[in-house]
Design a protein around this ligand. Structure first.
Ligand code: CA
Length: 661
């Protein structure tokens, strides 16, 4: 038996590198009407047997076939039969050991992902799938993070009983509060809110929930078992491998039809267990090991996937392309992206660009790791400090923005700018410019396309709980409105945790990955109790989508900002809101973030300013209310003013355009 370090040495040897890197894209089971092929990459095995089963769980193999050793460490077996719905796994003999493994490249599986399944993917397409396409998202990408089960679990959502907690809930397009027919929940609620991208927490097959266990079992799902298969506990029948595939496609199709794009949360940095299909088929190839023999654990989940190794990087790249192609996924959020290497992330970016157009599929991630990792061969981790090395269209969650605005996510009691903490004005300016400007301490970005602007996500406390820990009761709602107004007027891509807009609470808890579903689920009743706050978010979203000056993701965006002022708890700046391609009623914006507890007075330089947003309302812009000569920003609030384009200015623009033409 080789040790982990001996394997590592072998995998880095010229002998291995020259003979066992397989460049094909046909690994796994490929099943069509013409036949089925099974290809497994398992370079150091002595013998591999393919076992075929009728069921995905229990029962003996009805056929056992020795696989043929091909070049580059690949084992194969082929038939002219279409083995759609046949389950399989492998028996591997290596160094006098016999090991059973499912297929790391599987596209379908049985109950709890233990056996793989051959699938003719054409047979899993819902009706109309060939016409399915991502809807246009005019104005802005506004990301809303949702967990499949949290979305529809609570009775208040009014979802049909069999669909609660399932993919199918996303096909319900007219749900209301307890089915009262009046107050929208679920999809119609989200349409009204105005968000444009739904980000789904892990939907690939994960290991922490028994797919046939108690229906109340809950986990966020950051524990991958089968990377290329949907999770079974969200399907109406986890035993039949094709059902979860069809139902996940139905979910995407329905979201597309309702005007949303879909982002998938992908967790390529670690697997549920070190004893994975990767490990069983190619020991230690897919994992990092320290020089002293310790297993690398930068994920704090027991293992780190070795993205920098050729076959592993190829696996991740092909997996992303598969979800984009087969499931029509519109974007990818990489969990602990700081554990993957810059080169791989940039390769994924260019592969997506080549297939779908530059920047069309979103790609962003967490630019950090839980701990250090044993990345090899001089590879560079996709950490925040290496942002400049990442493609302009690779985004990162900005913890600098998050912590500046609301206070540290890790120190519950620490306030931020919106909760009155002093000395953060430069950081707020940095946040506002998506870290393209300002003297703040955050990492410089190439363009706002690299920055995800957010206040809360599934990790850490909800925004409301954080505010509750840092602000007196009577100020909390005001501070929440201010936080939302700052977040939704910063450049970069805005991102919300589901329910943030209705003061979602998890009772102050900060890491609820395996807490009961009753604590994690969306409480649709609260969405109606807190509808004033929901309206405030909604107004901000609707306004933002009309402001090209804030939505600009290009390197030119920073140049739109001028008149920067930062001091005494106040941040103020102007934004050039003109845009060649997009009309807006206002040619300039004036933003005042008043983080002080004093009312701020500001003399307006000229006439024709209108109040767009103030402390109480985010829909003032609908009323075309003149601001007069003096603007007042209430304590702990945001004031947004728009300069109404005058006829003279419009004529001047037209003239200028004619001249340049
Ligand atoms: Ca599972």
């Amino acid at each position: 038996m080789k040790t982990a370090l001996e394997w590592k040495t072998y995998y880095n040897s010229p002998e291995f590198l020259n003979h066992y890197i397989y460049e094909g894209t046909d690994l796994g089971a490929v099943c069509t009407e013409e036949g089925t092929s099974f290809l497994l990459w398992s370079p150091s095995s002595d013998k591999v047997t393919l076992n075929l089963y009728r069921g995905g769980d229990g029962g003996r193999a009805f056929r056992k076939m020795p696989m043929k050793r091909e070049e580059k460490g690949v084992w194969s077996w082929r038939t002219e039969k279409e083995l759609h719905g046949v389950y399989y796994d492998f028996t591997i003999e290596r160094d006098q050991e016999r090991i059973r493994s499912a297929d790391p490249w599987a596209k379908a599986c049985g109950l709890n992902g233990k056996r793989s399944m051959a699938v003719n993917l054409k047979r899993t397409n819902p009706e109309g799938w060939e016409k399915d396409a991502a809807p246009p998202v005019p104005g802005e990408r506004i990301i809303y993070e949702l967990h499949v089960k949290e979305f529809s679990w609570d009775e208040s959502g009014g979802f049909p009983e069999p669909y609660r907690g399932k993919y199918k809930a996303f096909t319900c397009t007219d749900t209301t509060l307890y089915g009262d027919g009046i107050h929208p929940t679920g999809i119609p609620y989200l349409k009204k809110l105005g968000v444009t991208y739904i980000q789904l927490m892990p939907c690939f097959d994960y290991g922490s929930v028994n797919e046939e266990g108690d229906v109340r079992e809950f986990n966020w799902g950051y524990d991958p078992v089968n990377y290329n298969v949907p999770e079974g506990s969200y399907a109406t029948d986890p035993r039949r491998g094709e059902v979860r595939i069809r139902e996940m496609k139905e979910m995407v199709q329905s979201l597309h039809r309702q005007g949303f794009r879909v982002i998938m949360d992908v967790v390529y940095n670690h697997t549920y267990s070190l004893d994975s299909w990767f490990q069983r088929t190619a020991p230690w190839y897919f994992y990092r090991v320290h020089e002293d023999g310790r297993v690398s654990d930068g994920s704090a989940c027991g293992n780190d996937v070795a993205s920098e190794r050729t076959m592993c990087g190829n696996y991740i790249l092909q997996s992303v392309l598969y979800w984009a192609e087969e499931y029509h996924i519109d974007g990818f959020r990489f969990d602990l992206m700081g554990l993957l290497d810059v080169d791989l992330i940039n390769r994924i970016r260019s592969a997506l660009d080549a297939r779908y157009g530059k920047g069309e599929k979103l790609l962003f991630g967490e630019p950090w790791a839980a701990e250090g990792t044993a990345m090899e061969g001089g590879a560079v981790p996709a950490l925040k400090k290496n942002l400049q090395l990442l493609d302009e269209n690779v985004g990162i969650f900005s913890d600098d923005t998050r912590d500046t605005l609301k206070g540290s996510a890790l120190l519950a009691e620490e306030p931020g700018f919106v909760s009155g903490a002093p000395g953060l004005e430069q950081e707020v300016l940095g946040s506002a410019s998506a870290w393209c400007l300002g003297k703040g301490s955050g990492q410089r970005a190439k363009a706002p396309s690299q920055i995800i602007t957010y206040l809360s996500c599934h990790d850490n406390q909800t925004l409301w709980d954080k505010i509750s820990d840092t602000v007196p009761r009577q100020e909390r709602m005001r501070v929440n409105r201010m936080a939302a107004a700052v977040c939704l007027t910063c450049q970069g891509t805005p991102f919300l945790l589901s329910g943030e807009e209705f003061a979602r609470t998890k009772g102050g808890r900060d890491n609820t990955y395996n807490a009961p579903i009753a604590l994690n689920c969306l409480d649709w009743e609260r969405a109606w109790q807190e509808q004033d706050l929901v309206e405030y978010y909604r107004g901000l979203i609707a306004l933002r989508r009309q402001l090209p000056g804030l939505c600009d993701k290009s390197v030119r965006a920073a140049g739109r900002m001028s008149g920067l002022y930062a001091g005494g708890g106040v941040v103020r700046f102007l934004v050039d809101n003109r845009d060649k391609e997009r009309e807006s009623p206002w040619d300039r914006l004036l933003l005042i973030y008043n983080g002080s507890r004093k009312k701020q007075k500001y003399l307006l330089p000229e006439e024709n300013w209108e109040i767009l947003v103030d402390a109480e309302s985010s829909t003032r812009w609908k009323q075309r209310e003149p601001a007069g000569k003096t603007a007042f920003a209430e304590p702990l609030s945001v004031l947004v003013l728009g300069h109404r384009k005058t006829r003279a200015a419009e004529e001047k623009e037209t003239m200028a355009e004619k001249e340049t033409a």
